[in-house]
Design a protein around this ligand. Structure first.
Ligand SMILES: NC(=O)C1=CN([C@@H]2O[C@H](COP(=O)(O)OP(=O)(O)OC[C@H]3O[C@@H](n4cnc5c(N)ncnc54)[C@H](OP(=O)(O)O)[C@@H]3O)[C@@H](O)[C@H]2O)C=CC1
Ligand SMILES: Cc1cn([C@H]2C[C@H](O)[C@@H](COP(=O)(O)OP(=O)(O)O[C@H]3O[C@@H](C)C(=O)[C@@H](O)[C@H]3O)O2)c(=O)[nH]c1=O
Length: 312
């Protein structure tokens, strides 16, 4: 029996990285559900929309163990969704100590907090734990990261699976959407803004991804939390697309100049960190066990567009 509402009064839910793209969608959805006491945590000041009411914000740097233990002790969460991470893949490649601190050592602090409170944990992971030789991947595929960001996210998974904490791992791919005061862009916004500014873009046509609407990722995490699902779940979009195909759907939707987009391949496209070629996820397990139902990429762009119009 799959539930999308929590077991009777499971206690406070704590979200890390609440100022981020996933974090904001989690808080928004939790406020709509009105089933949990909500503890939103983030680095520094709260950057959630001022109009949002009904949650507590606590500043919590996940790399500071005493800050983590203090916040966990103060609010005694019974459910934790850990979205905070260093997510700039190229920066992770060059600033490895910072990346390790945020993506690995911080996870041991979160685990200590969860263990102290007897909390269930949803940890968010990535397709970049794979080398991209033969995606799309199911939950049994063997990881083999080819960049440092992916290495740290795999080390985090191992910490969690080896711990005594009751936990689920939500793996996702190429998240897109719009949130308030964003600290990083994503492929749909970046393509739309660049073409509107008259830029020309080269998009790779040999990488495979299953792009994920941020709202769907949040929903998947909340389904895992409501069911306290244990183990690994692929929580992503279902369509396998190349970045070039995503860009073309984006310019089609917003009726922009398609001639500004040209195809390239990954050999011609230099980024500091290597990207796995063929990833994307098979999501049948989440569909069957959690009743997870992601939107199509086209529907996702439509949802994002409506929020853009509301924002402008
Ligand atoms: N975006 C994507 O395409 C994908 C993301 N993921 C995973 O999903 C999760 C959420 O990613 P997403 O929301 O997109 O990323 P964002 O970068 O939008 O959000 C990450 C949040 O973590 C916060 N954070 C970083 N370091 C710390 C710290 N030391 N203490 C407290 N907070 C910190 C950031 O704070 P600040 O706002 O101050 O920078 C930011 O708000 C991450 O675990 C990521 O690895 C997995 C696959 C794809
Ligand atoms: C900037 C750029 C990107 N691309 C392609 C490459 C890449 O597959 C896709 C997205 O590019 P980016 O480098 O912006 O995104 P990238 O850093 O690859 O995004 C990753 O973020 C981390 C957090 C994850 O966990 C991964 O799942 C993935 O979503 O677009 C082009 O084709 N041309 C370009 O000029």
């Amino acid at each position: 029996m799959v539930s999308n509402t929590p077991r009777n009064n499971p206690g406070p839910i704590l979200v890390t990285g609440a100022n981020g793209l996933l974090g904001q969608k989690l808080i928004k959805r939790l406020l709509e559900q009105q089933q949990y006491e909500i503890i939103a945590t983030g680095r520094g000041a709260c950057r959630l929309p001022e109009s949002w009411k009904g949650y507590t914000y606590a500043s919590m740097d996940i790399t500071d163990e005493s800050a983590v233990m203090e916040v966990f002790g103060k609010y005694a969460p019974k459910l934790v969704i850990h979205g905070a991470a260093m997510t700039n893949v190229d920066q992770c490649e060059t600033e490895r100590e910072d990346c390790y601190a945020q993506n690995v050592r911080a996870v041991s602090h979160i685990l200590n907090g969860c263990e102290a409170q007897g909390a269930y944990l949803v940890h968010v992971s990535t397709d970049f734990i794979f080398d991209g030789a033969e995606g799309p991947y199911d939950e049994q595929a063997v990881p083999n990261p080819i960049n440092y960001y992916g290495e740290t996210k795999l080390q985090a998974e191992k910490l969690i699976l080896d711990s005594r904490v009751k936990a689920g791992i939500a793996r996702t791919v190429l998240v897109y959407g719009i949130s308030h005061d964003m600290s990083r862009s994503n492929i749909v916004l970046w393509v739309k803004d660049s073409i509107e500014k008259g830029k020309t873009l080269q998009l790779v046509d040999d990488q495979l991804r299953t792009p994920t609407l941020a709202e769907d990722l949040a929903e998947g995490c909340l389904l895992m939390a409501a069911n306290q699902a244990e183990g690994i779940y692929n929580i992503s979009g279902e369509e396998v697309l190349t970045p070039y195909e995503m860009a073309m759907q984006t310019v089609d939707f917003f009726k922009l100049d398609k001639t500004k987009i040209t195809k390239t391949d990954s050999t011609a496209f230099q980024q500091t960190a290597k990207r796995p070629l063929k990833t994307g996820f098979i999501i049948q397990k989440a569909k069957d066990q959690l009743n997870y139902k992601p939107k199509s990429f086209k529907k996702g762009i439509e949802i994002l567009a409506k929020q853009l119009n509301l924002a402008n």
